[in-house]
Design a protein around this ligand. Structure first.
Ligand SMILES: Cc1cc2nc3c(=O)[nH]c(=O)nc-3n(C[C@H](O)[C@H](O)[C@H](O)COP(=O)(O)OP(=O)(O)OC[C@H]3O[C@@H](n4cnc5c(N)ncnc54)[C@H](O)[C@@H]3O)c2cc1C
Length: 450
């Protein structure tokens, strides 16, 4: 039992269960801040500004990791008897996302390079109601506010209600369907600047609804105060919010690679094809605890640390090369922007065989551009490493989206629009030699009785 009374949170983990009391579900920082304080007070070292770039292996097992310090460019190496990856998702491979800028997917890329299996990577969750107002930062829009206004297409039709859906009532369970319906309006030419429109013009309701903006309410209100909502409609479109897919783990957070564990959004398979709202933080607590325990037990049973391989020297060489050779190539940030836009266009909430083929072509070009990029400072070198991981993750998502010839949950193929029971399978990705190997495996239906 972990009591963080100061913050009004208590976490109790038993075998297979976690019970959490507190307000964190409404606000993730309510969970993060107390846990950081608790870790610090327990003597855990927290290193800032280190970008971990590669897992080191000795034989089959992971024996540590290497990364570099963004502030001074120094390569750092960590020896570890066991390693837990908790690097979060990869929302940043898309330009339309509400995820933090650091959500670039290195965990998936590192695990894949180290031989770990990834599953369900085609299932990328879009949050249906994102503000995409030109000139303002993107952020999630509270479905309760959308409910109070009129969400319309360019022909002023309330298309969600006409299809029998209510933004407020249905968003927890039907994020996939709502996102698909909004993207269909845009795709079929009834959008406005790649968005649909939220009409909040009735002044009384607007006043009330803006008090419900949720997390970071004051900042969002400040941005919105630049607009006159009694005259202007807001642009709304789905934003990438969560990765249902990720590293395959067993019930104790172990991967198929010895001494490598994982927990949280970087793992796959916990939520199936469409995560229900509110489950992600519970996932981090349940599987974070289990993975931590298993990793600690594994480490205790290992007699000694294993020397690291040559990864540190290789990373140092690569970073020096990046900084030494200004070329005619694109800068990392430019490659990142092109990748993000391309993924929204070709492997977004609506996909077809044709758009996926286009994505493969673009990814080949982007990888080629990356081989000629350069960095003028340490920070930019970090961006180059990030974009390399982002391209790898995009390749994996695109391969899986290409493979699944049906529509299910967050994966919607316009050329295969129906769910098909033959596809009650997980798509599994693994690196074998230099090749990406894909296979399918029958999904094991889990009953509540065990
Ligand atoms: C706007 C928003 C609102 C949300 N609201 C809810 C909600 O109400 N309820 C809910 O259940 N879920 C919610 N979610 C989802 C949930 O917040 C995430 O799924 C969850 O935080 C993931 O936790 P994590 O620990 O796995 O990863 P993260 O919280 O993403 O943490 C990963 C950490 O790893 C670090 N990292 C990544 N790569 C590297 C690297 N190479 N080297 C060093 N460090 C690295 C990152 O900097 C970060 O600190 C929300 C998500 C968003 C974006």
């Amino acid at each position: 039992m972990l009591e963080l009374r100061e913050f009004g949170v208590s976490i109790e983990t038993g075998d297979g269960t976690a019970s959490v009391r507190g307000s964190f579900l409404m606000n993730g920082t309510g969970l993060t801040f107390p846990l950081v304080r608790f870790a610090q007070s327990s003597g855990v070292s927290i290193l800032q500004n280190i970008v971990v770039a590669k897992l080191c292996k000795n034989g089959d097992g992971v024996v540590g990791a290497v990364g570099f310090d963004r502030m001074n460019g120094e390569v750092v190496a960590f020896q570890a008897k066991s390693t837990v990856l908790t690097t979060g998702g990869a929302g940043q491979i898309y330009s339309r996302t509400d995820t933090p800028v650091g959500t670039t997917g290195e965990g998936y890329a590192m695990a894949y390079e180290a031989g770990a299996r990834l599953i369900d990577m085609e299932f990328v969750q879009f949050f249906p109601f994102g503000l995409v107002e030109p000139g303002l930062p993107m952020f999630l829009f509270n479905p309760g506010i959308v409910e109070m206004g009129r969400l319309v297409n360019s022909q002023d039709k309330e298309f969600l209600r006409e299809a029998g859906y209510s933004p407020g009532r249905d968003f927890v369970q039907h994020r996939d369907t709502l996102s698909k319906l909004i993207c269909t309006e845009i795709h079929e030419g009834r959008g406005d600047q790649d968005a649909v429109l939220l009409d909040l013009k009735k002044p009384k309701e607007t006043q009330y609804s803006l008090s419900m903006l949720g997390e970071f309410k004051e900042i969002k209100q400040k941005w919105l105060s630049k607009l006159d909502l009694t005259k202007q409609r807001l642009h709304i479109a789905p934003l990438v919010h969560y990765f249902m897919g990720g590293i395959e783990i067993d019930e104790n957070g172990a991967t198929n690679v010895p001494s490598l564990f994982a927990a949280g959004e970087v793992t796959g398979g916990v939520d199936g094809a469409n995560r229900l709202g509110g489950n992600a933080l519970t996932n981090t607590i349940v599987f974070g605890t289990r993975a931590g325990r298993s990793a600690a037990e594994y480490a205790k049973s290992s007699p000694r640390f294993t020397p690291l391989d040559s990864s540190g020297r290789e990373l140092d060489g690569y970073l020096s090369e990046l900084r030494r050779t200004p070329s005619a190539g694109s800068r990392p940030r430019e490659i990142r922007r092109r990748l993000q836009k391309m993924m929204v266009k070709h492997v977004g909430a609506i996909r077809t065989g044709e758009t996926i083929e286009n994505a493969f072509e673009c990814l080949r070009e982007l990888r080629n551009d990356l081989s000629r990029t350069y960095a003028s400072n340490h920070w930019e070198a970090g961006e180059a490493l990030e974009v390399e991981a982002m391209i790898t993750v995009s390749e994996i998502v695109t391969r899986c989206a290409s493979e699944r010839m049906e529509s299910r949950g967050a994966h919607y193929r316009l050329d295969h629009p129906e769910e098909n029971t033959d596809w009650l399978k997980n798509i599994v990705v693994e690196r074998v030699g230099r090749e990406m190997r894909i296979c399918t495996r029958k999904t094991i239906a889990k009953s509540s009785s065990g």
